[in-house]
Design a protein around this ligand. Structure first.
Ligand SMILES: NC(=O)c1ccc[n+]([C@@H]2O[C@H](COP(=O)([O-])OP(=O)(O)OC[C@H]3O[C@@H](n4cnc5c(N)ncnc54)[C@H](OP(=O)(O)O)[C@@H]3O)[C@@H](O)[C@H]2O)c1
Length: 299
């Protein structure tokens, strides 16, 4: 294990980027962040016209790439712009990083899989069923070509959430609806391995310190249906389970396909670094407590 390399957080204004910037600055105060809108304390970088010279000056050795258009609907509806950002812009950036000797760490997704079986390992065939997933596969393939020497890391993620009240991530959204007396519609045929963002930050830092390269799946190994999660949240909040309506993903009639069980095999992660992810039940208890105005022990 080496020390933590100086790292640039590309896209430090989004959900993951913000969490990584604050977590990494505790380990390395010289961690650099970028935004595309001239935010104070961050370096300007737009994937549509990326220029990494300011990052080189800052002496970064690795760059975590979070910048992207990531809504599945947005990618589907504007396939030209999302391709320019998510594929062409990302690869233009990666070429510059590689030429400067900076290792790219790209954040991909379980949505590269078709979701017919679940349990996909890193060698499983990518068969995306929507534009977001196709763009992730194209970016992954491009990175492997550009970094032919192997100095890259592709981290495929499941659904990431936090414990912060009101941030609208997976569990918080369910709790807020139940808290105001609403009905949570939850698909029983949609499988999720919910992963806590603070766990993710620690795992990626450990992967960097161990100089792991190639493709790796990072998620909790607990696989739940969205319906099971909502029922568990209702039980924790002592809300009538009838406030959770069981539906099928197909009932949502989304204008794009979504894989039903893209859950990933994480054996490789376990063999590379041992890490105990926070249990989903503990997270449900923490988020429920946010909305009940009482606190439980922090995890
Ligand atoms: N969150 C998850 O559960 C999850 C799961 C799987 C994979 N991922 C992947 O992880 C990455 C980060 O996800 P996230 O949830 O943090 O997304 P997010 O909150 O939507 O953040 C996206 C970031 O990309 C930036 N961005 C958008 N267009 C850009 C452009 N043209 N040039 C430069 N930056 C641009 C945004 O900047 P502005 O603030 O200026 O808009 C923001 O900082 C994405 O690649 C996503 O696909 C996330």
């Amino acid at each position: 294990m080496t020390t933590m390399p100086q790292t640039a957080i590309i896209g430090a204004t989004g959900f993951l980027g913000r969490n990584f910037l604050s977590g990494y600055r505790k380990l390395r105060p010289d961690t650099v962040g970028t935004s595309r809108s001239g935010k104070e304390g961050l370096i300007d970088l737009d994937l549509l016209s990326a220029d990494i010279r300011p990052l080189k000056l800052a002496g970064c050795k690795e760059a975590l790439i979070f910048s992207s258009m990531c809504g599945m609907l947005a990618c589907e509806q504007d396939q030209v712009l999302s391709h320019r950002v998510n594929v062409e812009g990302t690869l233009h950036l990666v070429r510059q990083l590689a030429a400067a000797g900076i290792k790219p760490v790209f954040f991909s997704s379980e949505i590269v899989f078709d979701g017919m079986s679940g349990g996909y390992d890193e060698r499983a065939l990518c068969r995306p069923c929507n534009a977001y997933g196709r763009q992730k596969v194209e970016a992954e393939d491009g990175i492997k070509q550009i970094c032919a020497g192997g100095n890259y890391l592709i981290v495929r993620l499941s659904k990431i959430f936090s414990l912060i009240k009101g941030d609208g991530t997976l569990l918080d959204e369910m709790a807020s609806i139940l808290h105001r007396g609403g009905v949570v519609q939850a698909a029983a045929d949609q499988k999720i391995a919910p992963t806590l963002v603070t766990d993710l930050v620690q795992v990626v830092a450990m992967l960097q310190m161990n100089n792991v390269t190639g493709v790796i799946h990072v998620s909790s190994s607990e696989v739940w249906s969205r319906y099971e999660l909502a029922l568990a949240m209702a039980a924790q909040m002592k809300v009538d389970p009838a406030m959770v309506k069981k539906i099928s993903l197909d009932d949502l009639k989304e204008p794009y396909a979504r894989p039903k069980d893209p859950s990933m095999d994480t054996s490789k992660l376990k063999s590379v670094i041992g890490y105990d992810f926070t249990s989903t039940r503990q997270c449900i208890a923490n988020v429920a407590a946010n909305w009940e105005g009482r606190s439980v022990c922090p995890c």
